[in-house]
Design a protein around this ligand. Structure first.
Ligand code: ADP
Ligand code: MG
Length: 746
């Protein structure tokens, strides 16, 4: 008998073990049993041969049509060719033999069906598998194994040159036979509550399903293992985090927050009030808050953050607001200064009585400004420090850091959150993370699963909707002319507009114009267009993406002559960026021609129109986020997505989807569908990827939600899982893998 941890050779013998290790890196019984089939072929259902691609390693089910044998001319030996068919397409199997290949000739007879495995190539215009492995089906021949026929379903494994699918299946069968079934990692009551089969059953069912129903039961059960262990890890993390101490920052009567609220020019939405109350309660605890605030673009997250920061300042602490770009940090500094007015002018003429101070700290500000800001932060004079990731540097110190707010999360990783936490000295600061885009619930529960979540779904009243149109510039060039006319109409009514391009300009360092990725990327928010459109449906080489600098010059000469244009991108010096944004905010600029530096957070209510050039080079969520810059005031917003992508192609469908809805949650799901899930998880947290084999974030949303509830209950009742040795072992293995992954990356 063998256990899951046993080396493979104990179960399947040296030879097979060695081959599995070399081919797939599989070393233990458990790893082999976790190598699930990639698909299941119905017995008798032939593989579609026309879909095969050169270079692919395939396992196909086909019928032998014709066999020929000839001797080689140049050297001794024979070539046996068997043509196999699926009824439509055909494929040649080519075998070279030193001698006469009698056995093969006997086995490979017309009419016989089998599984054939090898690498696809093309020889003299014909698709072939050179020297494939094969396994014949149902001939009564010794080469056809009865074992495959216990079921209508034939498991097909991800195989390689070194090892065929059915050799893997053989080893799996042996492993299943000798496996000493481990204690079930799913607690019995969880299993019974959700109608799940036992572990041993599931392992057998995933590898050797009797029928589709059996397979479905096995999959469901194994998905639960994945979801539950992931959620238990997160629940344990939440619990551990709650063990840290933090200084409670209860609201104070008659403080800055109260004065701020009294002067606020608008009513908070119900969502803002609820989230605000939750955060206010979190901050009074002696354990740190770890909260994710997610909300639709323009739902008013900033004011929630400001109120939380003021509560902390009222309680004698400091707060930090971390922004992903310099443009956004500067904007926050300006707008929060304005919102707070005299409340942020301590020590200045006209400052309020208990006033605090704001400091701005960015990577590229001048030495004197920087020194001043560092001093204000370290002395505690500045209650609120706003900045970019420059805030993470070691030199930056605080007198009493009580709250860290991370705006527009998707640019900050876990490590950065940790770097800031460490600045709080003894206790840990409270942490509020705000997302740039609504994120699908399951992503929130997995990628950000160690955070509590608040969601803002409504926009403040009085917002006008944004109207979005796709402008097909290649098919209908006059539509583009019309777009520029619309911009002129907006500006003639005293409104302002953005024109967004994927690239800065021709003279970029490194000079790789072409894929829409700004080369030599600066650290300031010219995030490359996601550029996920390339390849698949338009293989033709693309012209370089449009550039801000070039287009601005063209517009100035042509369609937008006479308007006040300005250019903004990450390569401008910081004070220049600040100047441009100030004049745009102040209305001294009509049209801002810009890169994605304005993608997140930028808030100029008088800007009502946006033209996004080469829109197909941006991702769905990115477009939604960009479009969120207009329609922030009471005037209707207009967003024009200009593209040369052909109608009906996948790029155009994406743009149509963005035009069709303003619901960021729907678009976030669409975005997730189009990325590989590993990218979503892998980018955010090492190790997660390897733990998700069957589970998909979109399709298994309900299951993940239920697993989360079960996990929270389990961990609350028994934090170390003393009563669940099976589950505890799985979690240990998961954490080890995560650690190994992390070390590998470091
Ligand atoms: P986001 O959630 O995208 O970060 P912001 O915080 O930038 O949105 O808010 C967008 C705009 O809405 C800002 O100009 C802000 O002052 C305004 N705003 C926020 N809350 C309200 C409200 N309750 N009523 C009216 N306007 C609001
Ligand atoms: Mg914002």
């Amino acid at each position: 008998m063998a256990t899951l941890e046993d080396p493979l050779r104990l179960a399947v013998g040296d030879k097979a073990a060695k081959r599995l290790d070399q081919a797939l890196g599989i070393r233990t019984v458990g790893e082999l049993l976790a190598h699930y089939p990639r698909r299941y072929d119905e017995r008798g259902e032939l593989t579609e041969l026309t879909s095969l691609r050169d270079g692919e390693h395939v396992t196909v089910q086909a019928e032998i049509a014709k066999v020929t044998m000839r001797t080689m001319r140049s050297r001794p030996g024979t070539i046996l060719e068997a043509a196999v068919t699926d009824g439509r397409g055909s494929l040649t199997l080519t075998f070279f033999g030193r001698g006469r290949q009698d056995r093969r000739e006997r086995e490979l007879r017309p009419g016989v069906r089998g599984l054939f495995s090898g690498q696809v190539s093309t020889f003299r215009g014909r698709r072939q598998l050179a020297h494939p492995d094969y396994e014949l089906l149902g001939t009564g021949d010794p080469a056809a194994r009865a074992s495959e026929f216990a079921s209508e379903l034939i498991p097909v494994y991800r195989a390689t040159k070194e090892i065929s699918s059915w050799k893997i299946a053989d080893s799996v069968q042996i492993a299943l036979d000798v496996l000493d079934v481990p204690s079930d990692p799913l607690p019995a009551d969880v299993r019974s509550r959700h109608g799940l089969c036992g572990y041993a059953d599931a392992l057998r069912g995933i590898h050797r399903p009797v029928d589709r129903g059996d397979l479905a039961r096995a999959k469901l059960r194994l998905k639960w293992d994945e979801a539950l262990s992931l959620q238990v890890v997160l629940a344990q993390r939440r619990l551990a985090a709650a063990d840290y101490s933090a200084t409670p920052r209860p609201p104070a009567a008659g403080g800055l927050l109260a004065e701020f609220d009294a002067a606020l020019p608008f009513e908070l939405t119900v969502g803002q009030q609820l989230a605000g109350a939750t955060i206010a309660a979190d901050l009074r605890h002696e354990h740190p808050m770890h909260r994710l605030l997610q909300g639709e673009v323009g739902s008013g997250k900033t004011v929630i953050a400001v109120r939380a920061m003021l509560q902390v300042v009222d309680a004698a602490g400091q707060a930090v607001l971390l922004a992903p770009t310099e443009v956004l940090a500067q904007q926050h500094y300006r707008s929060i200064s304005q919102l707070l007015g005299p409340l942020a002018q301590a020590g200045q003429l006209g400052g309020a009585e208990h006033a605090t101070r704001l400091a701005l700290l960015t990577g590229s500000q001048g030495a004197a400004a920087r020194r001043g800001a560092l001093l204000e932060a370290a002395s505690g004079a500045a209650g609120i420090v706003i900045g970019t990731h420059a805030l993470l540097e070691e030199k930056v110190q605080f007198a009493d850091l009580g709250l860290v707010v991370i705006d527009e999360q998707h640019r900050f990783g876990v490590e950065q959150r940790d770097a800031l936490r460490e600045k709080a000295g003894e206790g840990r600061p409270h942490v509020l993370v705000m997302t740039a885009t609504p994120i699908p619930r399951t992503v929130a529960m997995t990628v950000f699963g160690d955070l509590d979540i608040s969601t803002l779904t409504e926009l403040p009243a009085g917002r006008s909707p944004i109207v979005t149109h796709v402008v097909p510039a290649a098919e209908k060039p006059h539509y583009l002319d019309r777009a520029w006319e619309r911009i002129r109409e907006e500006t003639s009514r005293g409104r302002q507009a953005y024109v967004v391009c994927p690239r800065i300009g021709t003279e970029e360092p490194g000079g790789t114009a072409g894929r829409g990725k700004p080369a030599g990327r600066q650290d300031d928010g010219d995030s490359p267009a996601d550029d996920i459109s390339g390849g698949a449906d338009d293989a033709a080489p693309r012209r370089p993406a449009l550039a801000v600098v070039d287009l601005a010059a063209e517009l100035e000469r042509g369609p937008l002559t006479g308007l006040r244009l300005a250019v903004l991108h990450g390569r401008l010096p910081p004070d220049e960026k600040d100047k441009v944004m100030r004049s745009f905010t102040g209305g001294a600029v009509d049209v801002l021609v810009t890169t994605t530096v304005v993608e997140v957070g930028v808030d100029v209510p008088n800007a009502t129109a946006m033209v996004i050039m080469d829109a197909d080079r941006f991702g769905v969520s990115q477009l939604h986020q960009l479009r969120g810059r207009v329609g922030r005031g009471s005037h209707e917003g207009l967003c024009l997505l200009v593209t040369e992508a052909p109608e009906g192609g996948s790029a155009r469908q994406r743009l149509d989807a963005v035009a069709a809805t303003l619901d960021g949650f729907i678009l976030a799901r669409l975005d997730l569908q189009q990325r590989r899930e590993g990218d979503v998880l892998g980018a955010a947290q090492a190790g997660r990827r390897s733990s998700l084999r069957l589970l998909t974030l979109l399709a298994d949303e309900d299951l993940i939600g239920r697993a989360r509830e079960e996990a929270s209950g389990l961990v609350a009742a028994d934090p170390a899982l003393a009563g669940q040795p099976g589950l505890a072992a799985v979690i240990r293995a998961l954490l080890d893998a995560e650690r190994a992954d992390f070390l590998e990356k470091a």
